[in-house]
Design a protein around this ligand. Structure first.
Ligand code: AMP
Length: 295
């Protein structure tokens, strides 16, 4: 077991690093043992969805690093940065149980210079879906993941299909920035009633929690209709939007998107891959979900 320093709290099975220097020292010993490294970036408030990604990472590499960082640059001015759930101790215990080697939990100052002079702009892939309604969101993600990739230098990084636009944008980033990191996407973990697990689900009131799986049910209905031959789904989607609105959802988007371009499609073609995706508010909680479909 490693020696603890002031900014590094070691437990029996997981080492928590707060600084890049401590993390790099730990990573060097892992590499010196000839072991491979997988990174699972998160914002904490870990649930079974995150744990499933950790399990995937553990099967693909010798050591798993989980980063826990509520990234300020991906939140808009009126979004929930301040109220986002933070529970580091609980998360570290979950990571220990899941066999994680290192939790990297930096403060904001460790990741962002007091005054930054650089940004990464995205030319395409972020005009629609979440990118369309959350200006700057994916720029913030690309910026922080780029930093995490440079800090950790893992062989693989695991992300959830729940944030499918994020996965597609990061795959392109890795390709264009020559990170040499394999991006692995893990399936969406759901509650028994179908609701996609999310750290933000804790915002839901009891009544909203009962209605929340309605979003996934709409996606499933659209999928079923598309599979049974509806290839111009506009009306079908409009109808599902109205049904959701009647149940109290405020729709951000609900549509079919081409998997490759992430642009909305009106007419579906055989042999193509699509994403049936939706985002909607239930009270103050923003829910997102998607289903991948290949015709
Ligand atoms: P977050 O902490 O929300 O930034 O999520 C960290 C990672 O966990 C991202 O790659 C998410 O896509 C993934 N994730 C979030 N929810 C789920 C879920 N229900 N199932 C699988 N992965 C998830």
């Amino acid at each position: 077991m490693s020696q603890s320093t002031a900014s590094e709290i070691s437990s029996d099975s997981v080492t928590v690093c707060k600084t890049i220097a401590d993390l790099r020292a730990q990573l060097t010993s892992i590499r010196n043992r000839g072991e491979t490294i997988a990174l699972v970036p998160t914002m904490g408030a870990l649930h079974e969805g995150h744990i499933s990604l950790i399990e995937i990472a553990g099967k693909r590499a010798d050591a798993v690093v989980v980063s826990i960082f509520v990234n300020p640059t991906q939140f808009g001015p009126n979004e929930d940065f301040d109220s986002y759930p933070r529970q580091l101790q609980e998360d570290v215990e979950s990571c220990a149980r899941a066999g994680v080697s290192i939790v990297f939990a930096p403060d904001r100052e460790e990741i962002y210079a007091e005054e930054s002079y650089f940004n990464i702009s995205i030319i395409s892939l972020n005009e629609h879906m979440c990118g369309g309604s959350r200006p700057g969101f994916f720029e913030g993600i690309v910026l922080v993941v780029n930093k995490l990739f440079n800090i950790v230098e893992p062989q693989i990084a695991v992300f959830g299909q729940k944030d499918i636009q994020q996965v597609q944008i990061l795959r392109q980033m890795v390709k264009e920035f020559h990170h040499g990191i394999e991006i692995v996407s893990g399936p969406i973990r759901r509650a028994n009633d179908g609701l996609a697990l999310s750290s933000r689900n804790t915002y839901l009131s009891d009544e909203e929690r009962v209605e929340a799986p309605g979003l996934y049910r709409s996606l499933l209905y659209i999928e079923e209709q598309v599979r049974s031959g509806v290839h111009t789904p506009k009306l079908l989607i409009e109808h599902q939007k109205s049904e959701l609105e009647a149940k109290g959802f405020e729709i951000d988007y609900l549509n079919l998107f081409a998997k490759k371009t992430l642009a909305p499609v009106e007419t579906l073609q055989k042999g193509q891959e699509y994403i049936i995706a939706g985002a909607a508010y239930l009270g103050k909680t923003r829910l997102i979900d998607n289903i991948l479909i290949e015709l």
